[in-house]
Ligand binder design. Structure first.
Ligand SMILES: C[S@@+](CC[C@H](N)C(=O)[O-])C[C@H]1O[C@@H](n2cnc3c(N)ncnc32)[C@H](O)[C@@H]1O
Length: 355
């Protein structure tokens, strides 16, 4: 397996012009089936079970409480897209792609595959016509009126752990590249707002030994953060705080990082969060807002976040944004856009300063 995902992987379109157009559309339509198959494999922990060596579907079914012949069919489908391989002796084995469904590898996608198939996340796609007709998200209707994060916090704390770990694993490769791509060292204190389990903040602090950090998130995220910060050797330079960015944001930082936060929310909600950040800055000289999120290119250019935009929309009325939309959002919230820096795909760093 490759040790980490290619930095350009998301910058290249998934479909090439080498296949006939009808065939490509057919394969696009099968995307949901592939996602469902990978969800099952991730949820059952198949890749972890195969880490010790090849096993039959019956053997794997006995170990996971699945139905043997049916699990065989799921694994055969996964093998057809190169995730696992079926050997002539009837046993399945890991492939380089299947390695990413293991729990214990850098850049593991196991928890993400689990999360994408979680019932309320998955069921949103059965109601996309409602969203396109009304402009409203489906997710809250499937979760008794709760946003995704309220649901995690109040109804599904064990699943919250899966979600936060999935975000941390995505950062395994991205966080060091983000830390290298921008001079965070000029800020004595960096706050990561909605910083999850602290993977990005750790990478920034490791890269800049003089910088101190504030990690701010909801309780289920902070719970998993302390161990990570300790392991990364930055816990003594990090202050962890639980709270909601809709109510307040910790003061005392020179840079306020919000990575993959704004895309979860509507413009109105984002303005609320950014106004809290503005208040926290409280006129501090040189303070900066650093939003790390997708920056959608105009017209037809491929960008992974153009697809993520729909996932965010159906789940909680979130949105990915173009440079023009970022500028408008910042100006509506008391900031001006300084510039947008390139960083690890699929994100850019939108730098703003309070006005
Ligand atoms: C998509 S995740 C991104 C996490 C992390 N910044 C990253 O890039 O991996 C969104 C984060 O926002 C946090 N969050 C959601 N609602 C929040 C709130 N009201 N206050 C503070 N953090 C919140 C979540 O717990 C989660 O860690």
């Amino acid at each position: 397996m490759t040790n980490e995902p290619s930095p350009m992987a998301l910058a290249n379109p998934p479909f090439s012009d080498e296949r006939p157009d009808q065939e490509q559309v057919l394969l696009m339509l099968a995307g949901k089936w592939v996602s469902g198959v990978l969800h099952v494999a991730a949820r059952l922990g198949i890749a972890d079970l195969l880490a010790e060596g090849p096993r039959t579907a019956d053997d794997l079914a006995a170990a996971t409480g699945a139905h043997g012949r049916t699990l065989y069919r799921f694994l055969r489908a996964a093998a057809a897209v190169g995730v696992f391989a079926e050997r002539p002796d009837g046993r399945f084995e890991l492939t380089p792609r299947a390695e990413y469904l293991r729990s214990d590898v850098p850049g593991s996608l196991r928890n993400l595959a689990y999360f994408y198939g979680e019932t309320t996340v998955w069921n949103c796609w059965g109601h996309v016509m409602d969203t396109v007709r009304t402009g409203e998200a489906v997710g809250p209707k499937l979760r008794g009126g709760k946003t995704w994060f309220q649901y995690l916090e109040q109804d599904a704390p064990e699943f919250a752990e899966v979600f936060h770990r999935s975000m941390t694993a995505l950062n395994d490769a991205r966080a060091p590249r983000i830390a290298d791509s921008f001079d965070f060292g000029r800020f004595p204190v960096v706050a990561d707002i909605g910083g999850g389990q602290g993977q990005l903040l750790s990478a920034i602090l490791r890269r800049h030994p003089s910088v101190r950090g504030i990690l701010y998130d909801i309780p289920t995220a902070i719970k998993g953060a302390r161990e990570l910060l300790e392991r990364e050797g930055v816990s003594e330079r990090t202050h962890c705080e639980e709270g909601s960015f809709f109510e307040s944001v910790p003061s005392g930082a020179d840079a306020y990082v919000l990575k993959a936060i704004m895309h979860d929310w509507s413009d109105a909600e984002c303005e609320g969060i950014l106004r809290r950040v503005h208040q926290a800055m409280n006129g501090r000289p040189g303070a900066r807002l650093l939003i790390i999120d997708g920056v959608l290119p105009e017209l037809n250019e491929w960008h992974y976040s153009k697809l993520m935009d729909i996932a965010m929309l159906v789940n909680d009325k979130g949105a990915e944004r173009t440079a023009t939309e970022w500028q408008r959002l910042l100006e509506a919230s008391g900031f001006e856009l300084v510039t947008i820096h390139p960083t690890a795909p699929p994100h850019g760093i939108v730098e703003g300063r309070p006005v």
